[in-house]
Design a protein around this ligand. Structure first.
Ligand code: ADP
Ligand code: MG
Length: 692
């Protein structure tokens, strides 16, 4: 149960004074539904009112705070605004109010009295003026005037003043919590206690204090990262704790396949394989991520891991996200398995009942050594004789929770999850935590880079002409239309319009595939493309983890500026899979901003998926890296991964140590850490602990 001390933070934002349902909606949009969300929203900027010039010295265009004498009011006349003339010993200044209420102004600025006013100084025909000062206070209550005002992220309809007030109310609900960080670690960094750091992050006194490098900000970032890493470590521990079994084959099947392969493994494949074999041989259960850029050759590596299992008498399975990918795996792996004299089979949602029953029987008897398939593999009725190794392809499609659920399906099989999305180390850590990672860092020799060009959409005619030339040579073309995030309908229209336009040029040699189609329909189109019956395949991003069409030489991406770089890189990886030179055309709608230009430029410069991902992280921030729709990565509020990656690594080590020493979080620090987990909404992880 969440400690009651946190309850005020997990109330709805409408529990705050002055926040009704309407404002609540806006706040929820800007920060989140709970008081805690508001409290953990930090300033993004600062208004500095500390400049205290005399009127004559005030800089035009700058914020200044000045003590003035109110000389006289000039009420509005016709279209002329309400004016209040003020002065100090250096000169005069006019305060200007539109649509002003005289009674209010007379009270706020009484004739003949002194007032401190703060706002932006303007020039009006050589005289100083200020339109709608931000603050007007009696000198006696000058303490009410904030010299440094935090600026929070807003949303349309939500004003700065209202947001500031709501956040101040949320801040006041933050209790002093027991310290969860290691004392020595705090001292080392000269970090303040939680509540101090929290408050000073909300009350920056200089721009440096708004920077993610400010000590208070770093401490809070570390708190958030530790919560993330600790939660992952707890989840991982419950999955891995029950020992697996050592799997150490004698190498006879691997040797047979090796002699049948037309190529040698690359050094990178070999070293990944060694890590995997060592891990499988250990008594602990393997939970390992295999990362490798598109085309780096993950499939063979997975095959060896599965063969290793079969050599010991166990079964293995490989799960792919789509039927067509599963079939492609069968196409590649079946001849190799035949060579090795072992049984491989495929199970998908589309098997006929009789067929399926027969397969299930052979599977339960242990007559099938390797099973390929889709989600269908994990249905209740599918029983293995002795499933010892599970490989999941294209991991990021499944999401972290599905991955964890998978692990429960076998008798603690070793798990290898493969992803083609090059996830920067920092991000991999946040999503997979302590999961072991193997990386295939080089591609097989002889791959030619894909000629990558960025072209404005205005030159569409030229592109279509080029596509026609390629098609005439028997080559194939992918044409990707973007997924419009807010509207599936809109994206569909875009893709359908393009389809209609290209249909005139290519008749029945053009196909369309999109997310609204059933998987049967989708696969039919994909297969037609795969078999060469279509020249052009128009798609929303579904082809991202798509088919292998060696004849495809052209990848056109419309509105390339809307895609994540990693996504574009994935798409580009669909072409250039044969000896034919390949080109990737990134169509954009100008004018592009500096960041957008820099991003597309990276794709032209390099074919290295990891570098692309790192650069993208730097330019866009973590949340956007994989495209919001499919990210599955945690969003941080206090941590900024482009700055705090060292803290992330430290948090990982810290979490590991905590679990080693105090597995159930039962010590005083352990209890405080439970509170930390709750504060950051990681209730799921605390539930894995024994009560205490
Ligand atoms: P991915 O990592 O994207 O899943 P694949 O496993 O599909 O990549 O491999 C891409 C292609 O590279 C396949 O045609 C495969 O046969 C080939 N391949 C894999 N390893 C090597 C290698 N060491 N040398 C040459 N070709 C290889
Ligand atoms: Mg693959």
């Amino acid at each position: 149960m969440r400690p009651s001390i946190l309850n005020p933070l997990f109330a709805d934002v409408t529990a705050l004074p002055g926040v009704g349902p309407k404002l609540g909606k806006l706040i929820e949009k800007a920060a989140g539904p709970h008081v805690a969300d508001l409290a953990l929203t930090l300033p993004i900027n600062l208004i500095d009112r500390s400049a205290r010039p005399k009127i004559a010295d005030a800089l035009i265009g700058q914020i200044a705070t000045m003590e003035v004498l109110v000389d006289r009011h000039e009420p509005s006349q016709g279209r002329r605004p309400y004016r209040v003339i003020c002065s100090d010993e250096s000169g005069f200044m006019t305060l200007v109010f539109f649509h002003a209420r005289a009674d209010f102004l007379l009270r706020a600025l009484p004739d003949g009295e002194h007032r401190i006013i703060s706002g932006k100084v303007e020039d009006f025909n050589g005289a100083r003026q200020m339109t709608h000062p931000d603050h007007m206070v009696d000198p006696e209550s000058s303490a009410d005037l904030p010299l440094f005002e935090p600026v929070y992220p807003l949303t349309a309809g939500l004003s700065s003043a209202v947001m500031r007030k709501s956040i101040a109310a949320a801040i006041s609900r933050m209790p002093d919590l027991p310290e969860w960080q290691d004392r020595a670690w705090l001292q080392n960094h000269q970090w303040e206690p939680w509540l101090h750091a929290f408050k000073s992050a909300h009350q920056p006194q200089s721009l440096a204090e708004v920077s993610p490098l400010a000590p208070a900000r770093q401490r809070l970032a570390y708190d958030e990262l530790l919560a993330n890493q600790l939660a992952l470590a707890l989840i991982r521990r419950t999955r891995v704790r029950a020992a697996g079994r050592p799997i150490k084959g004698d190498g006879r099947l691997c040797a047979k396949v090796k002699s049948a392969l037309p190529f040698d493994l690359t050094g990178a494949q070999k070293s990944a394989l060694k890590e995997i074999f060592d891990d499988m041989a250990a008594p602990d259960r393997m939970v390992r991520l295999l990362q490798g850029d598109v085309g780096s050759g993950k499939t063979v590596v997975a095959l060896y891991a599965m063969l290793n299992t079969v050599e010991t008498g166990g079964q293995a399975c490989l799960m792919a996200p789509t039927e067509i990918l599963a079939r492609q795996h069968l196409e590649t792996l079946a001849p190799l398995c035949a060579q090795a004299g072992i049984e491989i089979e495929i199970l998908t949602g589309r098997d006929k009942a009789g067929q399926r029953a027969a397969k299930l029987e052979r599977l339960a008897d242990g007559n099938i050594d390797i099973l390929l398939g889709t989600h269908a593999i994990f249905q209740e009725t599918v029983k293995f004789h002795d499933l010892a190794c599970v490989v999941v392809d294209e991991q990021h499609r499944f999401g972290v929770h599905q991955r964890l659920a998978l692990a429960d399906k076998g008798p603690r099989p070793d798990m290898l999850v493969m992803t083609a999305t090059p996830i920067p180390r920092t991000l991999a850590l946040t999503a997979y935590g302590d999961m072991e990672v193997s990386v295939i860092s080089e591609k097989p020799p002889g791959r030619k880079p894909v000629d990558t060009r960025t072209i404005p959409i205005e030159r569409l005619d030229e592109i279509i002409a080029a596509v026609k030339r390629a098609a005439a040579k028997g080559e194939q073309i992918y044409w990707v239309c973007p997924l419009v995030e807010e509207s599936e309908i809109l994206s569909l229209t875009a893709a359908e319009d393009r389809y209609a336009a290209l249909k005139e040029q290519f008749q029945d040699r053009v196909g369309l595939v999109h997310g609204r189609m059933s998987s049967v329909e989708k696969d039919a189109v994909m297969e037609a493309f795969h078999d060469g019956r279509l020249s052009v395949l128009i798609a929303t991003t579904v082809i991202e983890v798509g088919v292998n069409a060696p004849n495809a030489t052209v990848m056109v991406v419309e509105h390339a500026e809307c895609f994540g770089l990693a996504q574009l890189h994935q798409l580009r990886g669909r072409v250039g899979r044969s000896e034919l030179p390949a080109v990737c055309i990134l169509l954009y709608k100008g004018p592009l901003g500096e960041t957008a230009k820099a991003r597309l430029q990276i794709l032209r410069e390099t074919q290295d998926g990891f570098r692309i991902a790192e650069e993208d992280l730097r330019l866009r921030g973590a949340g956007d890296l994989l495209g919001a729709a499919q990210s599955g990565f945690p969003q941080f509020r206090l941590a900024d991964l482009s700055v705090h990656s060292e803290l992330l690594a430290a948090a990982r080590d810290d979490a590991r140590l905590i679990i080693e020493r105090d597995a159930d979080l039962a010590s005083d620090r352990g209890k405080a850490l439970r509170t930390l987990l709750y504060l950051f909404g990681r209730d799921d992880a605390v539930k894995l602990l024994r009560a205490g």
